[in-house]
Design a protein around this ligand. Structure first.
Ligand SMILES: Cc1cc2nc3c(=O)[nH]c(=O)nc-3n(C[C@H](O)[C@H](O)[C@H](O)COP(=O)(O)OP(=O)(O)OC[C@H]3O[C@@H](n4cnc5c(N)ncnc54)[C@H](O)[C@@H]3O)c2cc1C
Ligand code: FES
Length: 259
């Protein structure tokens, strides 16, 4: 069941390079609509703007008197800049939890891969996993690196990478995915969230090793609930699926990577 409610911002902190972490008091939203890690919330951003903005759930949990959802986002345009300026204690209008997320099994062995602002939702996956996962986390540069300590608390191994080599491995995450899959044959699946070119390369690396790969896709959204077609994503079989309702997580083999 999807719930729309006014949620109090319980806590707001600024992470690396301006990324904002917000913990929201969401009533019974987690109890009533949590399916898997990797779902998202649709947040009304601004008084005058008609459209909501989709933000992935970083972590969430049931609570008394209120469930909590943490989101981490960057101010990219008008909507997210408005949200970033809300102080703790203020309410925001949230629709959620939406989408299907990553269908994780408690006893699964997962290689988690995040890129940029696609890193935060992988923390929820890491916390959910029953077997400590490995996380490969890519950032543009060391100024953008975030959440490493929190990943270290719940992961077997955390491998950071930066595009410019200023922190961790120098290069893109798919090189680390190949390295990890070559060394360790026991992964049940690779789960990835990040920009589309990164997802395509990670999917290719996983396919080379015969390991299933699930990817969280980003498209612009309107309604967020399957009613408007704004978020259509091209599939390899020629069909189009709604990222909001059918996703945002898809089997990498389903996606048309050339679209
Ligand atoms: C399922 C899903 C989960 C997301 N999770 C997060 C998250 O956890 N943290 C986070 O920071 N952002 C996330 N995003 C992206 C976020 O929704 C956009 O940054 C936001 O909608 C931009 O709105 P705006 O009004 O601030 O900017 P706008 O003025 O609308 O756009 C600013 C810039 O961002 C680009 N843009 C806008 N929306 C998207 C999009 N969906 N994909 C790619 N580029 C876009 C625009 O083309 C433009 O260049 C997610 C998107 C989706 C679809
Ligand atoms: S955003 Fe309207 S159908 Fe997906």
């Amino acid at each position: 069941m999807k719930v729309e409610r006014r949620c109090k911002i319980l806590e707001k902190t600024v992470l690396a390079d301006g990324a904002v972490s917000m913990t929201l008091e969401v009533g019974d939203m987690v109890r009533t609509s949590f399916k898997n890690p990797g779902q998202f919330v649709h947040v009304k951003c601004g008084e005058g703007l008609l459209l909501r903005r989709p933000i992935s759930v970083c972590t969430c949990g049931e609570g008394d008197p209120s469930d909590l959802v943490r989101i981490v986002f960057e101010a990219r345009g008008e909507g997210t800049a408005w949200l970033a300026a809300r102080p703790a204690g203020h309410p925001v209008d949230v629709l959620g939890l939406l989408g299907n997320g990553f269908p994780m099994k408690k006893d699964g062995r997962y290689l988690l891969v995040g890129g940029g602002i696609g890193v935060p939702p992988m923390l929820g996956c890491a916390q959910f996993a029953g077997v400590k996962p490995t996380a490969i986390l890519g950032f543009r540069s060391k100024e953008k690196v975030m959440l490493l300590d929190e990943f270290a608390d719940v992961c077997e191994k955390v491998l950071p990478a930066t595009d410019d080599g200023s922190f961790g491995y120098h290069g893109f995450v798919d090189a680390l995915v190949r390295q990890e899959l070559a060394e360790n044959k026991e992964y049940d699946a690779v789960l990835a969230c990040g920009p589309k070119p990164m997802l395509r390369n990670v999917a290719k690396a996983a396919e080379e090793f015969g390991v299933p790969c699930l990817v969280s896709m980003e498209e612009r959204m309107g309604c967020g609930v399957g009613a408007c077609l704004v978020c259509a994503c091209d599939m390899a079989d020629g069909s189009r699926k709604h990222v909001c309702k059918d996703g945002p997580v898809f089997d990498a083999k389903e996606v048309d990577w050339n679209a």
